[in-house]
Design a binder for this molecule. Structure first.
Ligand SMILES: Nc1ncnc2c1ncn2[C@@H]1O[C@H](COP(=O)(O)OP(=O)(O)OP(=O)(O)O)[C@@H](O)[C@H]1O
Ligand SMILES: [Mg+2]
Length: 491
């Protein structure tokens, strides 16, 4: 080695580049909340002010920081990823507070209180750029214009993180439009936090139960496994040990939508659809990191849409999961992928059964008016062996038969599959079979008698007539009456 040169990075450039490592408002706020949880907070309040200037505040009742701790906290890469941390500490890189904040705002102020002593400091992006130096502003907390009600929340201990000069969220523009945009953004944020921290909010995490509010409204937990519903199926647990650390893999099958309460169904539908959110949910120390999808083991499909797999790992094996600074990515180690591959059939089996038996029950009965054909593709065709169909054909002239076949072909080839599919995906409970039932029972009985005549039912066994009547769908909801009419018909 001939010589050594010290090459200091440019503070101005680094800080500006770090703004774009890919945070969204949701992942940025979640990163700040991670710190509050690490500081043993039980109450976290997010306040979004639009006026006089747009501002975000995250207030926690955690243990707070003394002045020196605060300055260290604001230093970039303040702790190495290899440092051993307490169990509840969700941090790893010593960066989150700063990178998450600058992803949304140009100014980050932190006020903290410990043992009744307040301290405050501020990173001002424009000040750093102007001087091209890592110059932290030390602030006298008394000079900060913060509403007393917020300061009171941390009188004993706690921390307030303030973002202002927000330039990554559009607050301006047409007033009503801007408000709509902001309210959509906050709705999404609420959903994100309710999911990512659901175990903390529910009180099932290994920490104390945590309450999170957004603009004074409590954020409810969203349990992606619908565990409060007794129809959710719990499918066996698998455990893998990696570097002496346990990884658990727990599969569930959500209840069929017809067994969900309207509220549950609405929640699952609103949180994008079942189809998109199927798959794995990876938790690092109870905090959800990534979800949805099967790590390319199988594609997301209609048949596996009720399958969910909860995977829990401990941060002691972070390096095996290649987690990113934003805590929104994690790739499973080879051993976990191998296990998932081995048990994927078992994991998804229940969902596959739930989706296919419902189809076959109604469509594969011999007497069904529709047949399902699968080969290169799947198609649905009118069952030409259906007795009613045959009887009608027999009563027609050759010419009429030709026209009738043409009509059936038109119906088969113009079945609005896309429309039915998208209606089923968006709101399956609203898709109902067109009901020809007469309101009055007399009319319905007449229809039954016509049907029986037409089928030349006297020539058939009464069970066959009953089956054919049921599968026709004409008498659904009136099975008791139907049974009686069949008996009467053969009496
Ligand atoms: N709300 C808070 N209350 C108490 N201490 C905090 C709070 N926020 C941050 N700190 C302190 O500041 C340090 C730096 O936080 P920062 O989020 O930048 O990095 P980290 O949490 O250590 O790691 P990561 O980059 O993975 O988030 C934390 O380790 C913690 O000691
Ligand atoms: Mg952090």
């Amino acid at each position: 080695m001939d010589d050594i040169k010290l090459l200091m990075p440019s503070a101005a450039s680094i800080l500006q580049s770090m703004r774009d490592i890919g945070y969204t408002l949701d992942t940025a706020i979640a990163d700040i909340i991670d710190n509050s949880i690490a500081a043993a907070a039980t109450q976290i309040d997010i306040i979004v002010n639009e006026r006089p200037e747009p501002q975000f505040m995250i207030i926690d009742n955690g243990h707070g920081m003394g002045a020196d701790e605060l300055y260290q906290a604001l230093r970039f890469a303040t702790k190495p990823p290899t440092e051993i941390r307490s169990d509840r500490d969700l941090g790893r890189f010593g960066l989150g507070l700063k990178t998450a904040s600058f992803s949304q705002a140009r100014r980050l102020t932190v006020i903290s209180s410990k043992a009744g002593q307040f301290c405050a400091a501020q990173w001002d992006l424009d000040y750093v750029i102007e001087h091209d130096k890592w110059l932290l502003k030390i602030i006298d907390p008394a000079r900060l214009h913060i509403d007393q009600i917020y300061l009171e929340k941390i009188t004993e201990h706690g921390t307030i993180v303030i973002w202002d000069q927000i330039d990554r969220i559009e607050f301006s523009g047409q007033e009503t439009e801007a408000q709509r945009y902001l309210s959509q953004l906050l709705t999404k944020l609420r959903e994100h936090l309710g999911l990512v921290f659901h175990k903390f909010i529910e009180g099932t995490a290994k920490t104390d139960q945590i309450k999170i509010t957004l603009n004074h409204i409590e954020i409810p937990a969203f349990n992606p496994f619908c565990l409060s519903n007794k129809f959710t199926r719990v499918i066996g647990v698998e455990k893998v040990f990696l570097n002496d650390s346990e990884v658990t893999i727990q599969a569930y099958a959500l209840p069929h939508y017809s067994n969900m309460t309207p509220q549950e169904y609405e929640m699952f539908r609103k949180r994008s659809d079942l189809l998109n959110n199927q798959g794995t949910y990876v938790y690092r120390n109870d905090r959800l990191m990534v979800w949805g999808g099967w790590f390319r083991i199988i594609p997301k499909s209609e048949q596996t849409k009720y399958s969910r797999v909860e995977i829990n790992f401990d941060k002691s094996i972070d390096h095996l999961w290649t987690i990113d600074i934003k805590k929104s990515k994690a790739s499973p180690p080879f051993a976990v992928i191998q296990i998932l591959k081995q048990i994927i059939g078992q994991i998804t089996g229940t969902s596959v059964k739930m989706t296919t038996t419902r189809v076959s029950k109604s469509l594969e009965t011999k007497e069904s008016p529709w047949n399902r054909y699968s080969g290169d593709g799947v198609s649905y065709r009118v069952n030409q062996n259906y007795p009613l169909f045959q009887t009608l054909l027999n009563s027609m002239s050759v010419e009429q038969r030709k026209h009738f076949h043409a009509l059936i072909e038109v119906i088969e080839s113009s079945l609005p599959v896309q429309g039915i599919y998208s209606d089923m995906a968006v709101n399956p409970k609203q898709v109902i079979l067109h009901n020809h039932n007469e309101d009055n029972i007399k009319g319905l009985k007449e229809k039954f008698l016509n049907f029986a005549e037409f089928m030349e039912a006297k020539k058939m066994d009464k069970d066959v007539l009953r089956e054919a009547s049921i599968s026709s769908g004409l008498f659904s909801g009136n099975l008791e009456n139907l049974n009686r009419w069949v008996e009467e018909y053969y009496a």
